[in-house]
Write a protein that binds this ligand. Structure first.
Ligand code: NAD
Length: 492
């Protein structure tokens, strides 16, 4: 068993509680690491370290140097990608092939934001008054707290960290209690990259015990949260008490819409990628498949063929295509939704069962599952399952697809499959989602914003837009008037 310590002010320290909890390997079900159970005192220590670093050494480092440190950080991530990937895969059960892709790509966020660090320019505004200059400055906010879920601990933290540090902030990172270990490994690299003490801190534990104290800490200016919308609401409320700046990346129930004119082979592969990548445990899962009536039966046949060929099993095995469910509560939740769907009258045409026995470790596996005859008012069509469960719905025409696609509280993403430029443009305009993919699915990049409409969140991560969300805007007025007139002397 590896026993981890908290990372505060570039030091490895025990939690004040002197308590640890186990992290389980989702494949074997066996505890493999001990994670420090941090509390409000640890939160205070970490925030104080981050606040001191912000006022002290980090503020004296030029933007160019900051960029170079971020670049070095990216190189170290690439150097240690295998180690980072192994730890993350062991903690959340994601396929090694998927995790390695994520970790290598994650380095690019640090290169991109490293390059951007000394290119964030203010402005001189052509003002409507004589003898005065107005200057706009973009300044870092201070201490940023990142709170992340279990499905992609490293990548989702990196999205926040690279942008927040680029802007000149310092950070306290709180990963999910289910997948904390990989951030400790990342913290080692932060230190090796040359980040001064206190710029990056990692505290671990439970939402109510350490997450909330972090959010409520008076020296914290900005919260960057990714997680479910239930926790998101609590985070938003706690942040509101202190009028903190917040970004929320929440859940989704994204429609993947296939028109009758699409290249159906290509669309089928895209639909499978959309729902079964990471075993459906992604916020952007295309979990509502909307099929135009005329191609419904043929398309369902296509996806069933691919679904039934999927190899489910050990995430460390390079041939595996779908791994375990990351946590036991999540496994129970997915199985419960399968029951709910059956009771609601949806018809299960693939999967639907838990998998156990040889090759399935501790049995935390769900067969890739497809439901047809789903109507949009069913819970299986409206609620986020976060597992390998696809709901198939029918639509008549473009208007019907738009109506069903938007008739949901989420708005994270949507996919559209068509050869018609007209349809592609129409759908990209009318779908209420932060990302619309036309003839592809799941593409993301450090260069482009990602985030949700409606209950899928607030704010954007990625691209230049994200950096602004980690900065305050300041207007500076400079008068060149030699005299300041007495305001009580009337001029008329
Ligand atoms: P979760 O909401 O249960 O937990 C997320 C994080 O919030 C954890 O670190 C948890 O400890 C912390 N937390 C919980 N309650 C808190 C509180 N009151 N105060 C402070 N912190 C608190 O989510 P999860 O189950 O770990 O992850 C799955 C969810 O994350 C899904 O809903 C998924 O859609 C969402 N997600 C969204 C995105 C996105 O970019 N939009 C990406 C990945 C996952």
């Amino acid at each position: 068993m590896t026993r981890y310590q908290l990372f505060i002010n570039n030091e490895w320290v025990d939690p004040q509680s002197r308590r640890w909890f186990d992290s389980l390997d989702p494949y074997t079900g066996v505890a493999w690491a001990e994670i420090p159970r941090a509390n409000a005192e640890d939160a205070d220590r970490a925030v104080t370290a981050a606040a001191n670093a912000f006022e002290g050494p980090w503020s004296r480092i030029s933007a160019s140097e900051r960029g170079m440190i971020l670049h070095k950080f990216g190189q170290l991530i690439e150097r240690d990608a295998s180690k980072l990937g192994e730890v993350e895969s062991r903690d959340n059960g994601k396929l090694m092939s998927e995790v390695m892709g994520q970790v290598r790509y994650m380095a690019k966020y640090f290169y991109y934001y490293g390059g951007l660090a000394d290119k964030i320019q203010g402005a001189i505004v052509p003002i409507d008054k004589p003898k005065v200059f107005n200057m706009i400055r973009y300044e870092p906010m201070g201490v940023v707290v990142s709170i992340t879920p279990w499905n992609s601990s490293l990548l989702l933290t990196a999205w926040k960290m690279a942008a927040a540090l680029c802007a000149g902030n310092t950070m306290v990172c709180k990963p999910s209690e289910f997948t904390s270990a990989s951030l400790f490994e990342l913290a080692r690299l932060a230190q090796e990259a040359g980040l001064p003490a206190g710029v990056v801190n990692v505290v671990t534990g439970f939402g109510a015990e350490v997450g909330e104290p972090l959010i409520r800490h008076p020296k914290v200016q900005r919260i960057a949260f990714t997680g479910g919308d239930e926790a998101g609401r609590k985070v938003y409320a706690a942040a509101a008490d202190g009028l903190k700046r917040v970004s929320l990346e929440l859940g989704g129930k994204s429609p993947n819409i296939v028109f009758d004119d699409a290249d159906l082979g290509r669309a089928a592969n895209g639909v499978i990628t959309g729902i079964f990548s990471a075993g459906g445990q992604t916020c952007m899962a295309g979990s509502r498949l909307l099929l135009q009536e005329s191609i419904h039966d043929e398309f369902v046949e296509r996806i069933l063929k691919i679904t039934q060929s999927a190899k489910v099993g050990n995430p460390a095995d390079p041939d595996t295509e779908i791994g375990p469910i990351a946590t036991r509560p999540q496994f129970d939740k997915v199985m419960n939704y399968i029951d709910i769907a059956k009771k609601e009258g949806a018809r299960c045409v693939a999967g639907g069962r838990a998998l156990s026995g040889p090759g399935y470790g501790a049995g935390q596996f769900v067969e890739p599952t497809v439901f047809v005859d789903v109507s949009n008012d069913m819970r299986i069509a409206q609620e986020e399952v976060f597992g390998p469960v696809l709901s198939v719905l029918k639509f008549r025409d473009e208007e019907d697809a738009i109506r069903i696609g938007n008739d949901i509280r989420f708005g994270l993403a949507a996919g559209v499959w068509t050869k018609s430029l007209h349809r592609a443009m129409l759908m990209s305009e009318r779908l209420k989602a932060g990302t619309v993919w036309i003839n592809n699915y799941r593409s993301t990049s450090y260069t482009t914003p990602f985030g949700g409409f409606k209950h899928s969140g607030i704010g954007r991560e990625g691209g230049m837009e994200a950096v602004r969300e980690y900065m305050e805007t300041k207007s500076v007025w400079i008068s060149t008037e030699l005299e300041m007139p007495n305001p009580f002397v009337r001029k008329y």
